[in-house]
Design a protein around this ligand. Structure first.
Ligand code: FBP
Length: 588
């Protein structure tokens, strides 16, 4: 007899009909995944000719995005071709384009909807062209690690979250030898075009590749087209009406909003805890702002405000501690504080200290190698300016160690690993003891990050990405290179656009050196979304006005809603998106 199962017959359990049906559902065949694969998403008007999906042509519009001189000089081919003008969709394509071989890859952090970009791309390219999937992101492009994507593949991935179909990574393609490797791979695999699905850094890769592969790649002297697709849960790849938002933001913020809404309800039920919740989003606070608008937390910090209004760490701590004490006196000693992931880089004093640290870490890379973390810190205190060294030394060990972590290939500090929420709640606790020791303060800390990037996509993200894929495919069939696929008028028929990527570049200091990168779009304090938040936050702090948005809905009241920040900032008249004017609302 089996000691663990007692008298139960093990054979009967593992061979039962129920066990069989459970095994069939392994690896992506849960009843939910089966159902969402068949969910229809609307193609926007531009892609429908007599009800059939068809690519569009593009025409240069009047809007010009002028980059600075240095950028213009570094991207002569791309800029001569685009004249920095945004392309808008023209007529349906009548010319038949065939035998193009297109490679597609994911780059950077995952975001919901990526699989539908691949589906839209595959379907718009049609059976006359070939779509190849690059495994493991830009790294796979350097080695030619790819496979042919079939109709069966796209049926399997339709509407599913994650990037697991091909995988992703953060390799930066910049060095001349990397460009040569990509050229060789293109020649070996007969590739005519590459689609890079990524955020600001990945689209910076796309801009550079488009320039370097503009001509002279293939034997006949022709080049390879490169098209970007805007992805990132951070929402910091946006550019006015022509790029209202990156995909993945809606799904991630709705998942975080569900969790934050649940915790807010818990605080008003259990009446004793303060929850400090750090929300993912490397630099910009779009995620925190959106979640705040969805849930109405007691306090939400916005990094951009902290920087622009020069709010010190001590002032942040004071203000939270005073709110806690005020609420405690009113019988509300509980609440939720939202902390944007990137806050630490925006606090006055910290910004310049981290810049100094980035510079010195790059400068003394060899000296730091071989030292343990304590030795590295001691070494750094002496290399930083005196005030920066003192600030670094004053921080809790856990924060110091994380600030010394390796930067990624694009020079980014891994802020997702820096526990700012703990640093803040500890400091608030100490401050409350100092201000009013009679107030009890029970805090709990959370980080909501990785759990949302691969969630099953919202109807908005599924629809948006399918159409972005169709836009990217159309740009390729129309012979364009160096553009980012985008859509405008998301509330009214969603129109495809091509944005010249090089025109979006700017100069930033990365790893201590000036680098040409796409500028991250931060929260603007004069934006309608921030202004609205600012007008409500005091009320949220002084009362219990929280909302519980609930789980992502694929049908029902919120299934047709796009992010509140996007609707406010784009001055749409309602929260509902509409990708196809012929449909009453949108599917499902
Ligand atoms: P992308 O900009 O590549 O979309 O990634 C964004 C992000 O999810 C950030 O919010 C987060 O700080 C970071 O990735 C985490 O990176 P990693 O996956 O390398 O830990």
């Amino acid at each position: 007899m089996n000691k663990l199962t007692g008298s139960m017959n093990v054979e009967n359990v593992i061979n039962s009909a129920l066990a069989y049906s459970l095994k069939v559902m392994e690896k992506g065949h849960s009843p939910f995944e089966k159902a969402i694969r068949t969910m229809e998403v609307p193609a926007c008007d531009a892609f429908l000719t007599l009800g059939t999906l068809a690519p569009v042509t593009f025409v240069p519009g009047t809007k010009v995005l002028e980059p600075n001189r240095e950028i213009a000089d570094s991207f002569p081919n791309s800029i001569a071709a685009s004249e920095n003008r945004i392309l808008s969709a023209g007529d349906a394509m009548t010319a038949k384009v065939s035998r193009k071989r297109v490679a597609v890859l994911f780059s950077g952090g995952p975001a919901a909807g990526g699989h539908n970009v691949v589906t839209g791309l595959k379907q718009i390219l049609g059976s006359d062209n070939t779509l190849l999937g690059v495994k493991a992101g830009p790294k796979g492009l350097l080695t030619g690690n790819m496979f042919e994507i079939t109709d069966e593949h796209v049926q399997q991935i339709m509407n599913t979250g994650g990037f697991n179909f091909m995988g992703s990574d953060r390799t930066k393609i910049e060095k001349p030898e990397d460009i040569d490797k990509v050229k060789t791979v293109c020649r070996e695999h007969g590739i005519d075009a590459i689609v890079i699905i990524g955020g600001d850094d990945s689209n910076t890769n796309a801009a550079l590749l488009a320039e370097k592969l503009f001509s002279g790649v293939k034997e006949d002297g022709s080049g390879v087209q490169v098209i970007g697709v805007p992805k990132t849960i951070d929402g910091d790849l946006q550019h006015g009406d022509e790029l209202p938002i990156s995909f993945g933001f809606d799904t991630a913020t709705k998942i975080y909003a569900e969790e934050v809404g649940n915790i807010l309800r818990d605080t008003a039920s259990s009446l004793k805890y303060w929850h400090f919740i750090r929300l993912m989003g490397r630099s910009a606070s779009h995620v925190t702002l959106e979640v705040a608008l969805q849930t109405h937390p007691t306090i939400a910090l916005i990094s951009e405000e902290v920087r622009e209004c020069n709010i010190t760490l001590a002032e942040i701590v004071d203000s939270i501690a005073n709110t806690v004490i005020w609420r405690a006196k009113k019988g509300m000693n509980y609440g939720v504080v939202l902390v944007p992931e990137g806050l630490i880089e925006f606090i006055p004093g910290f910004t310049t200290m981290i810049d100094d640290l980035n510079d010195k870490m790059a400068q003394f890379k060899d000296e730091l190698g071989g030292k343990n973390i304590r030795e590295q810190l001691l070494f750094m205190y002496s290399k930083l300016t005196q005030s920066h060294g003192e600030l670094l030394e004053s921080l809790p060990d856990s924060i110091k160690y994380k600030l010394m972590a390796d930067r990624d290939e694009h020079g980014n500090l891994p802020v997702s690993q820096i526990e700012t929420e703990i640093m803040l709640s500890d400091a608030v606790k100490a401050k409350i003891i100092e201000l009013d020791a009679t107030v009890k303060f029970a805090s709990l800390n959370h980080f909501f990050g990785y759990e949302a990037r691969c969630g099953a996509s919202t109807v908005f993200d599924s629809s948006y990405t399918y159409n972005l894929g169709a836009t990217a495919g159309s740009l390729i069939l129309d012979g364009r290179t160096g553009y980012m696929a985008s859509m405008t008028d998301l509330d009214n028929g969603a129109k495809p656009l091509g944005i010249p990527i090089a025109s979006l570049l700017d100069i930033e200091i990365r790893k201590g050196k000036p680098a040409k990168v796409i500028e991250k779009a931060l929260v603007k304090l004069d934006s309608p979304a921030f202004i609205y938040f600012e007008s409500r936050r005091r009320l949220w702090a002084e009362n219990d006005l929280s909302n519980s948005p609930g789980p992502i809905q694929l049908w029902g009241p919120t299934s047709r809603q796009l992010p509140k920040t996007v609707a406010l900032n784009r001055e749409y008249q309602s929260l509902d998106f509409k990708f196809n004017t012929a449909l009453e609302g949108n599917l499902p």
